[in-house]
Write a protein that binds this ligand. Structure first.
Ligand SMILES: Nc1ncnc2c1ncn2[C@@H]1O[C@H](COP(=O)(O)OP(=O)(O)OP(=O)(O)O)[C@@H](O)[C@H]1O
Ligand SMILES: [Mg+2]
Length: 279
């Protein structure tokens, strides 16, 4: 499948299939993050409100956000007073050396980590102060997240990992299975759809993680080092796919990377150095 075709497949999803259903179970990933990332624990007041005026696009604004990790008496200032905005239709890269705070900033933008200070708004609505129990619904509704460590469910095949996200978005099982296979085809993994994560290479797991993040066509895609484990043939394929989602799909795509091969594909980049954004 050409990338053009693949991205067309990606964009055709959202409107055509059923969606919006509350997750009944609580799945455990190795890190424990993913269960709460995907599941909605109760019916959400804010989610209903958000449905009214977000119009399927997501502007993200962080204003002077800081994150301080505390380990006993030691404080690590991972991000310091960072201000950042990304608009629908844009693909923005957050760059910087290892340990400079990229994952921390992306996790705050994705409502996975709460900032110590500062504000974060998605679609113009503050999310930093929301109740912890409301965040999974907001992430599920608005965001697809590619974790640096992939966070696939070990007991599920590649296709089932992707399908699980579609199930949470309300896809019927047969439609979800079909769609999961299309998405895996779009990242060049049609042949490995039925393999378990333990039988996949790092780069293959990374591509499953990308397919899962774009499943259900979220308005905001946050990808942590999406090309780190890939040779450039596959790296170029996924970065083209993400760019097409931003450009043709009008989605907001934020990637963390230190891979300068992606430079021709991004609209702009910001640099983090020791937790501070520098231009
Ligand atoms: N949970 C945590 N507790 C304490 N310190 C942390 C925690 N997570 C990250 N840090 C520290 O915060 C700083 C920023 O970490 P972060 O993972 O955001 O960096 P990064 O830029 O994503 O690095 P890399 O490129 O290696 O992935 C580092 O000094 C890291 O050791
Ligand atoms: Mg990181």
């Amino acid at each position: 499948m050409t990338m053009h075709g693949a991205s067309a497949v990606v964009q055709s999803t959202a409107a055509s299939e059923g969606r919006e259903r509350t997750c009944r179970g609580h799945l455990k990933s190795p890190s424990g993050i993913l269960g709460s990332f995907f599941c909605v624990h109760r019916s959400l007041g804010p989610e209903a409100l958000w449905r009214l005026d977000c119009n399927e696009v997501a502007t993200v604004e962080a204003e002077r956000v800081s994150k301080i990790y505390r380990e006993g008496s030691i404080e690590v200032v991972a991000v310091r007073e960072a201000s950042f905005t990304a608009q629908p239709g844009e693909m923005v890269a957050i760059m910087g050396p290892s340990g400079s705070g990229k994952t921390t900033l992306l996790s705050m933008l994705g409502c996975i980590l709460r900032p110590t200070r500062g504000s974060i708004a998605v679609c113009g609505r503050r999310v930093d102060g929301l109740d912890e129990r409301d965040l999974p619904g907001i992430r599920r509704r608005f965001m697809g997240f590619v974790f640096q460590s992939f966070n696939l469910f070990a007991a599920l095949t590649a296709a089932e990992n992707v399908q699980m996200m579609l199930k949470l978005k309300g896809f019927e099982p047969a439609a979800g299975r079909r769609r999961a296979l299309e998405l895996l085809g779009a990242v060049g993994l049609a042949e490995r759809a039925h393999a378990l994560p333990r039988d996949l290479s790092g780069g293959e797991k990374q591509r499953v993680s990308i397919a899962r993040a774009i499943a259900g066509d979220p308005p905001l895609i946050l990808a942590d080092e999406p090309t780190a484990s890939l040779d450039w043939k596959n790296g170029e394929q996924v970065i083209t796919l993400l760019r097409d989602i931003a450009k043709s799909g009008g989605r907001t795509v934020i990637i963390v990377t230190h891979d300068h091969r992606v430079d021709p594909f991004i609209d702009r980049s910001v640099n983090l150095v020791d937790g501070e954004l520098v231009s």
